[in-house]
Design a protein around this ligand. Structure first.
Ligand SMILES: [Cu+2]
Length: 162
């Protein structure tokens, strides 16, 4: 092999490495998927499958479900959410009390390192109070997830009729 060829191979490899190094932090900071997630503050947390279950017409209350994946070595805590289309949002869980399923607010939801947490019907969810505006199935519910440490993730939850 000529020295020139060797050099070309190495420079190609170096270029690839530097591109990877350059791209990696950007990917870690901004995670996007088809629900329109814009993550500008929480490294290594991916939000997917976010949807708002369309409530009956006139209801001021709804629930939002989503998946949180922590690909990093540090735990994160979801502490709340807000939306311009809601008066208030809370992190809720379901629990059995005297044989009844009840919801209650939780101060924070742990997303441990290297793990995935599902907010799903019958479990954790985001409760939406004081819904504003006209929500339509197939539309989008814009919201901001709040994480401990003043970190925020903007999410566009799909509005689904179920
Ligand atoms: Cu609830």
């Amino acid at each position: 092999m000529r020295a020139g060829q060797l050099y070309e191979r190495w420079s190609g490899l170096l270029l690839l490495c530097s591109l990877t190094l350059w791209a990696a932090p950007v990917l870690a900071d901004v995670e996007t998927d088809n629900t329109g997630v814009k993550n500008t503050g929480v490294k290594n947390v991916q939000v997917t499958k976010a949807y708002l279950r369309l409530p009956p017409p006139g209801s001021p209350v709804a629930a939002v479900f989503l998946h949180l994946r922590n690909t990093g070595a540090k735990p994160h805590q979801l502490i709340g959410a807000r939306s311009k289309l809601a008066g208030k949002m809370e992190v809720h869980t379901h629990e059995h009390v005297d044989g009844m399923m009840r919801m209650r607010p939780v101060a924070q939801l742990q997303v441990p390192a290297y793990s995935e947490v599902e907010l799903k019907p019958g479990g954790h969810h985001l409760m939406v109070f004081g819904l504003r505006g006209e929500l339509k199935a197939g539309g989008v519910f814009p919201m901001t997830l709040l994480f401990a440490g003043d970190r925020e993730v903007e999410v566009e939850a799909e509005i689904k009729r179920l």
